[in-house]
Design a protein around this ligand. Sequence first.
Ligand code: GDP
Length: 434
Amino acid sequence: SNIVAIVGRPNVGKSTFFNRLIQRREAIVDAVSGVTRDRHYGKSDWNGKEFSLIDTGGYVKGSDDIFEAEIDKQVELAIDEADAIIFMVNVEDGVTGMDEDVARLLRKVTKPVFLVVNKVDNGKRAEDAVEFYSLGLGEYYTIASINGSGTGDLLDALVDALPEVEEQEEEEVLPRFAVVGRPNAGKSSFINALIGEDRYIVTDIAGTTRDAIDTKYNRFGFEFNLVDTAGIRKKSKVKEDLEFYSVMRSVRAIEHSDVCLLVVDANRGFDGQVQNIFWLAERNRKGIVILVNKWDLVEKDHKSTNEFEKHIRKQIEPFTDVPIVFISALTKQRIFKAIETAVEVYKNRSKRIKTSELNETLLPIIDNYPPPAYKGKFVKIKYIMQLPTPQPQFAFFCNLPQYVRDPYKRYLENKLREIYDFTGVPVSVYMRKK
Ligand code: GDP
């Protein structure tokens, strides 16, 4: 899907607006190195069109100089990475010098830019907003993000302006494997090891690789597209920006993939940033394989794999049915095992189960252990169907769908996993009215 970035000075209301558009629990906070800044990622949709929303909001507290430089960087990032930009200003403060700086950068951009005047909650303020024409960005939208007024018109225009996400021809599509992970986890090394040549220059300095590139891979009987996210612009010399770029790239690559190969640096472990990427893939309902890389560097005894694995599984609860492969991009240990596993996960994700088979197998199991009665009402599941979606989703038709609680849905999911093997794949269970 498309990426929409929100830029603007602090305190104009960017995060209120952001929170309004996404479901809070879906936000990913990218709290980079300490407390200096926060960046938020989330998903939203309007009129059936999905987009990723990024609040580039964070800023470094300090002198005005640093501060201005930060805003510039924020805008540059948005210009580089986003498909559309929302530039938020605030009618209370009027046009400030910093707004003018941002506008100057944005006037050169060919991507759609939406000037949004916030805190317009009465007629007087609507009149005041006229001064924002002076920013030279043309028509503006007035909103009050505190109560959401005006956001409908803005979102109508926004999704209209977003480029169509191209649908690929069904037959020709190769599985798409995204190699994701933190900078320096060894993503490029892994890809180089697979391809058997140094497509990428690998260095010790974090973030010295380039843009995301697709590589068609065809060896040892496997054919797929590798979606590489190693790419990070050289111009970002600041560590936080590298991390930010890499998360942005991950967002995009994950969305364009079928299976994500999450490369984890064994020395750093399954830390918060890695978990963010994991849940991003899970929420996008992609297949996942965890690759613990640099395993050659780990002092091993007979327990180390087990312990590492246990540690990871704990972090990814309740979606623990994910393959974990211990690899070394350096010595090429198990790198083909990694691909084999990804292919299996891809097959699991593409699995289609016949309705007759589903019903014959699952209805007796449900009869044996039916959903618990809720408020004295009995739930009767009558019919099960897999939905025709790229990822496994199952609809259970019953008389009282709203009375089936999460634990029972998890029970059904686990049964599906036991019987049909959906290792590495998020499975959705829906209750539908018969
Ligand atoms: P990327 O940013 O995720 O693409 O990471 P790189 O592929 O650039 O690797 C970062 C650093 O880790 C480089 O110095 C690599 O040589 C090193 N590295 C990558 N994989 C391995 C591995 O399996 N074992 C060891 N010892 N070093 C590795």
